[in-house]
Write a protein that binds this ligand. Structure first.
Ligand code: GDD
Ligand code: MG
Length: 366
């Protein structure tokens, strides 16, 4: 059985990071998200995947092209314009073998038991089975009401607050019969959540499987940062030989550097005198943290630089971005690739700075 992985979206809620790095390739503990997805599919016993691509396909393709996948097949179906979640499945149809298949949203980090979901689907006689997970606030997801016999009673994408009747939502993981593909019109944008699932539900053909395992959609700065911290602390995605302290031996460390696990420091980083790399942070390749600077609970992409005396807390610093001397970047701020936060600025409250922007010294405060 193969999977279709939907990775064609623009990742707009994760901008400005996704202007340069597709959502599927953002690092978690210095490994691209797709690596975890691949582990998940292999653990489910699948034999291969078709990646349904659109936006920024090249980095995703080259990640897989350079790897020994131990017999797991990878194919690419690239859209020339966005076809939506069902359109993206339809576009990948030519790479399938005509049997049942798994479909996953390419931005969900999950510890669900995929084998068990497949078995539940096979036993149910449904045309499609949706894996469900429970969340605190279903309004950002597809709300799913189920009957006692695990048939879907209602599927409502992005419900308004007063429409919330359950905490169970679509986890973005489906098992389906090939007949579902025949129901997706070709050549236009089609949403599986808004068109196909409500129709299957109305015919009594949509089943559900509830998972209580770890699950998170990494599509916003808050959830991406949380996912990164969860992977660093081993709550999900921990492979063999997992260590809380993962510091590449090439790291340059001056005197008095404090490294508080869990942390991951990739190759070629330089940590200045008395710098603090705090718990649940990940530093990509070639990052520089200056004297006395503090990085805590944050993600630094490759080549990011934190100058002396600066503080980065609970934030995401894009590739080659620079945080100037004594600046403070906190509160889920997100810096795009190559931007420069001049000396003494204070960034807070989820502020987002676009790629390449240069903030003059002391021009922002909170
Ligand atoms: N190929 C292709 N083409 N893929 C697409 C397209 C497209 O036009 N649009 C979106 N995708 C991919 C995205 O890259 C992502 O991996 C996945 O489809 C889901 O899109 P999101 O934009 O992340 O959707 P969402 O998070 O708002 O909602 C979806 O996921 C939730 C679970 O995380 C829905 O399926 C919800 O029902 C669900 O609860
Ligand atoms: Mg999503």
């Amino acid at each position: 059985m193969k999977a279709i992985v939907l990775v064609g979206g623009q990742g707009s809620r994760l901008r400005p990071i996704t202007y340069d790095v597709p959502k599927a390739m953002v690092p978690l503990r210095n490994r691209p998200f797709m690596g975890y997805m691949f582990d998940f599919l292999k653990a489910g016993g699948l034999s291969g995947a078709v990646l349904s691509l659109g936006y920024l396909p090249d980095p995703i393709q080259s990640y897989f092209d350079g790897q020994d996948l131990e017999g797991f097949s990878i194919d690419y179906a690239v859209e020339d314009r966005p076809l939506g979640t069902a359109g993206g499945i339809k576009n990948a149809e030519g790479y399938l073998d005509g049997g049942p298949l798994v479909v996953v949203n390419g931005d969900v980090l999950s510890g669900a038991n995929l084998r068990e979901a497949i078995e539940a689907h096979e036993a149910s006689g449904a045309l499609a089975t949706i894996v469900l997970t429970s969340v605190e606030d279903p309004t950002a997801y597809g709300l799913v009401e189920v009957d006692h016999d695990m048939k879907v009673r209602r599927f409502l994408e992005k419900p308004a607050a007063d429409e919330v009747t359950t905490n169970l939502v679509n986890a973005g993981i489906y098992v389906m019969e090939p007949e579902v593909l025949a129901r997706i019109p070709a050549g236009r944008e089609v949403s599986i959540e808004r068109e196909i699932f409500p129709r299957l539900q109305a015919e009594g053909l949509l089943g559900a499987y509830v998972s209580s395992s770890y699950w998170r959609d990494i599509g916003t700065p808050r959830s991406y940062l949380a996912a990164s911290q969860d992977v660093l602390s081993g709550a999900v995605g921990a492979g063999e030989g997992f260590e809380f302290l993962e510091v590449d031996p090439s790291t340059g460390r001056a005197k008095g550097v404090k490294i508080l696990p869990p942390v991951s420091v990739a190759a070629g980083c330089v940590l200045g005198r008395s710098a603090t790399i705090g718990g649940r942070s990940a530093l990509g390749r070639g990052c520089v943290v200056g004297e006395g600077a503090v990085v805590e609970g944050s993600i630094l992409f490759d080549g990011a630089e934190v100058e002396p005396g600066a503080v980065v807390r609970g934030s995401i610093i894009g590739p080659n971005a620079r945080v100037g001397q004594d600046a403070i970047v906190r509160g889920l701020s997100v810096l795009g690739a190559g931007c420069v936060v001049g000396e003494g600025n204070v960034l807070d409250q989820g502020v987002r700075i676009n790629p390449g922007v240069v903030l003059p010294p002391r021009s922002m405060s909170f």
